[in-house]
Design a binder for this molecule. Sequence first.
Ligand code: SOE
Length: 387
Amino acid sequence: MSKPKLGIGMIGYQFMGKAHSHAFRDLDFFFPGGASPVLKAIAGRAEAAVRDAANQYGFESYETDWRKLLERDDIDVIDIVTPNYLHAEMAIAAAEAGKHVICEKPMAMTVEEAIRMRDAVKKNGVTGLLCHNYRFAPAVQYAKQLIASGRLGRIYHIRAQYLQDWIMDPNFPLVWRLRKEVTGSGALGDIGAHILDLARFLVGEITELTATMETFIKTRPLGEMSGGLEARVDGSQTGTVDVDDATAILAHFDNGALGVFEATRFAGGNRNGNRFEINGERGSIRWDLENMNLLHVYLEDDEAGLQGFRTINCTETVHPFADRYWPAGHIIGYEHTFMNLFASYFESIVEGKPFQPDFDEGVRNERVLEAVETSAQKREWVAIPQE
Ligand code: SOE
């Protein structure tokens, strides 16, 4: 029996557009169930660039006006991979046009925008997916199973870092990810959002936090992204950086656990160091995106001579998603986190089942992000309203 098809309309086409498009094109290879995404149209303002992206990614057509995608009956899902300031307008318009919505993180510029996005999908009977792909690394899914089963016991700590270094050069230009009116926040919303989401996914709700932020390089030449995390300088003018280069956070969780978080783009030598360690009364786990198949596990009840962290390669058939790909030991990569996420989401659409991270999760994440900025600004602890 052929799988139901879901027409995809994508708005944007740079780094995340490439990662999402690849995932859509490869899903049928590995996921016989669920739905089959069809790359119907991609939209972007620069016609030559979006035409090239349509050809490279395999979209049937392209548009320079994103609203044209909403009018198409052959498009079921709108995938928003644009800068953050556009998310709310596009997601609400897509929901009102009866389209399901995939939105890259961070969901919105403010909690208020996120609430309007969440309400729009509910009111129009469609779904919203917030693209926190790292939840869908098999090792992270297995970590979730270990914690949920009580194998680590009561959780005391999560310490999580997201360390990058791609803007340490003072001559790296003032790209959209460094301009508040386009991105909202800097390291916090771009990469801090990932580790805060993982903490909520794995440990529990954050009830109170205190944070501090720093901008190390305050003036940069003007310029724009040119693909991936590369950029080009445009002319000789400079501009002011008005977002954080680094953010540090202390947090309390609803189950009594403590959280320590760090997000920075100035950790030289760390290219994409998304890492956490969780300590419970019965054991600990460690994960590092740059070695994403491996989960390091310490169990208190190991016999005395065998105490210590063991390294699990989460590619055994018992591990989440492992049976979708290759035999044990044949590792998978960054792009597969998007495939696992989208395959699971599309299956939930076809089966009419709830799925997370949805836009409700997005609102909860935005409440944490907003609390971080408030705390850093006021230099005080901030409580987070629990819905
Ligand atoms: C840049 O920091 C970036 O592309 C983020 O925007 C992504 O969310 C992250 O997964 C990789 O780094």
